[in-house]
Design a protein around this ligand. Sequence first.
Ligand code: TZD
Ligand code: CA
Length: 529
Amino acid sequence: MTTIGEAGWQVLGAHGIDTVFGNPGSNELPFLAAMPEGTRYVLGLHEGAVLGMADGYAQATGGPALVNLHAASGTGNALGALTNAVYAHSPLVLTAGQQVRSTVGQEVMLTNVDAAALPRPLVKWSHEPLDPQDVPRALSQAVHTALLEPRGPVYLSIPYDDWSAPAGPDTAHVVGRRTVSAAGLDPAQRDALADVLAGAENPVLVLGPQVDADRANTHAVALAERLACPVWIAPSASRCPFPTRHPAFRGVLPASVRDVTQRLAGHDAVLVAGAPVFRYHQYLPGDLLPAGARLLHLTADPAEAARAPMGDAWVAPVGPALAALAERVPAAARPPQPARAPFPEPPSATGHVLPEQLFALVREAAPAGAVHVVESTSTADAYWAQADLAEPGSYLFPASGGLGFGLPAAVGAQLAHGDGRRVVALVGDGSAHYGITALWTAARYRVPVVFVILKNGTYGALRGFAELLGTGETPGLDVPGVDFCALAEGYGVPAVPVRDADALATALKEAFDADGPRLVEVVTAPGAG
Ligand code: TZD
Ligand code: CA
């Protein structure tokens, strides 16, 4: 007899799912008991970290990631981190254990009341099967829904007595089903877009995270070279879609209407690919577009296309569309973009290491192809000034701005890369706390992430906002008195504190040479040590 548990795992296995990120409770034990040999369970100590690890893992592999949470309380703990996965279009399959079917109505302990409502409106699909026999099919629907464009997280609540029930004959049909997103620009649509770009006097590309998620960075390079035009990353960058040392690269667009328009002034055609138009943050109103500019939007997400306040949109998978445009657009008669200037000499200080110098030292110490998971919020300009990111998948930042992503996502990405690419987490001393338990997972499974904590003793980004909003000195802006080395050692990660550039260079070298996780706590502002 095949049980629902065996059948359910067959469905997951057929999608290549061999890893579960979870934190268990009584409702989840029967599901885990049915887990087949060869499947890896990665324990996180808090569900925010569990979700962040799965998000980092899915973004690094490009495939689905399975999450198992405990009922309503575990789901609730994961919801903040889930906002990032939603805007990253991460294909996460969230499962949560429900109490025994026949007792849910009584609301016995650990009942997930109205379970499917809990993660809405964040997930693409949320469901609790009405019958145990429907569980394998519902798991299949969950994976397909997560993976079909536009990708995104889904949620399934499953009563724990379902797993031991016998599976019926229909199950065999659902194992190994395939669904394919095939729609793309048709030739006429492609030509219309290509004609606008080719006819523009001064076009510009604005690229978003979907380009990197589609591993279409080289197509973006080809198109930029054909057009001999500059390239920006769209505001609120969560991935790096374009090689940062390419001559065409201009940086990340600022996240306000006023500043985007100012940066794009003079362009008559703006092609935005794989990003919302736009993910603004600071409210500085102004004209949405510079005078004379036409905005063309290429996205796989119909909601992104529909809600944009300006421009015309084409809804199609971004990677193939960029490839088609690069092939179709004739080489422009303009001269190519001039080579980028060498990296600026970063400013230095005594008694602490300024963020830009820290980022320069990380660039020099990290092995080729290193992946940067960044969650340091006031240091973005310093980071991009020193960034040398060439390969797809080199950069991750919380996609909805929900902190608690950095440390866990770094662990998830490193688990995905195994012995391949090395992951370094560059995380602020405020952000680190929301996902701090990921350090334990890194230690427990010897995941060799290099964690770098930028310690300025404050929520620096909020101080910047306080200035912008004119709110003055509000409560709750400083976080002094935290010993990250003690925290790391407590979770089992060897750690070293540094406060000057030489010590940082040495600590980074040792950390990258290690075969397990290491943490380096860097004082980045005077008086923060
Ligand atoms: N809580 C959560 C879950 N997400 C948030 N984004 C915030 C609070 C608000 N917040 C920001 O948007 S930035 C920031 C907070 C608290 C400060 C982060 O401090 P940091 O980095 O030390 O990580 P900086 O460089 O000092 O800003
Ligand atoms: Ca800080």
